[in-house]
Design a protein around this ligand. Structure first.
Ligand code: KIV
Length: 273
């Protein structure tokens, strides 16, 4: 029998029970009311209000320009739509690194103004003080290791991380540190599957992968990638379930043709006096 029902709200404890029961966790991003409603109704366990909104919604090249106000706006839209899923909100670049007091204040704003259920922070030992301080306020924290897009200017590229032993060992240490600090789960992004499997087996908290292979306790994707809306992004790990960009293009062209030919609106689409 499943440890989580389709009717009851997902909590951080549900996810931990799912790990223990070996039940895969599903997680997707959402940034707006309409799509968040569909994602929640489809039974996704965790909705991530990701700072990938910077790329997907705002057309920016990196996630670095995202502000706390932007994240709160997106999280508010998602929160209004969601009945069941756990809502995790990304803390944007510059709101938690190197200053645990600022980290706590930023996390409190997310919880109070957007009514998120948890926050996600990128990094390991460098940010553990911020993680601990946020946890003192009773705010659940999800970690994020491997490819951490907020550090793109340090990495230089978006290629697979932790292929070398030294970086892999640091990642394992960081994962354990985040678990000890009290994170309820961690995301592993774009790392070799063998390394993700090791982290998954050595941690008792859920490990959710994106480009981290099949051995994680759950998987996360950016919704717009899965739906085939963002066609210029095709990493190996991405499975597209729709080609929505083509469908949308077709629908819009048909609409333009119908308006130009006088076919739209027709009698039944018009009001009479
Ligand atoms: O911002 C985001 O969408 C993320 C996922 C890629 C995990 O952090």
């Amino acid at each position: 029998m499943s440890v989580h029902s389709k009717a009851t709200k997902v909590t951080t404890h549900t996810l931990q029970e799912m790990k223990r029961a070996n039940e895969p966790i599903t997680m997707l991003t959402a940034y707006d009311y309409s799509l968040a409603r569909l994602v929640d109704a489809a039974g996704v366990d965790v909705i991530l209000v990701g700072d990938s909104a910077s790329n997907v919604m705002a057309g920016q090249v990196t996630t670095v320009p995202m502000t706390l106000d932007h994240m709160i706006y997106h999280a508010q839209c998602v929160q209004r739509a969601v009945d069941r899923a756990l809502i995790v909100v990304d803390m944007p670049f510059g709101t938690y690194q190197g200053n645990s007091r600022q980290a706590l204040e930023s996390a409190i704003r997310i919880m109070k103004e957007a009514e998120g259920h948890a926050v996600k922070l990128e990094g390991g030992s460098e940010i553990v003080e911020s993680v601990e301080r946020i946890l003192t306020a009773g705010i659940p924290v999800m970690g994020h290791l491997g490819l951490t897009p907020q550090s793109i200017y340090k990495f230089g590229t978006y290629t697979v991380r932790a292929k070398e032993d030294e970086e892999a060992e640091k990642l394992i240490e960081d994962a354990k540190l985040l678990e000890e600090a009290g994170c309820f789960a961690i995301v592993l992004e774009k790392i070799p599957k063998e390394l993700a499997q090791r982290v998954q087996s050595e941690l008792s908290i859920p490990v959710i992968g994106i480009g981290a292979g099949p051995h994680c306790d759950g998987q996360v994707l950016v919704l717009h990638d899965l739906l085939g809306i963002t066609m210029d992004f095709s990493p190996r790990f991405l499975r597209r379930y729709l080609n929505l960009a083509e469908e949308i293009d077709g629908a819009i062209r048909s609409y333009c043709e119908d308006v130009r030919s006088g076919d739209f609106p027709n009698e039944s689409e018009s009001y009479t006096s």
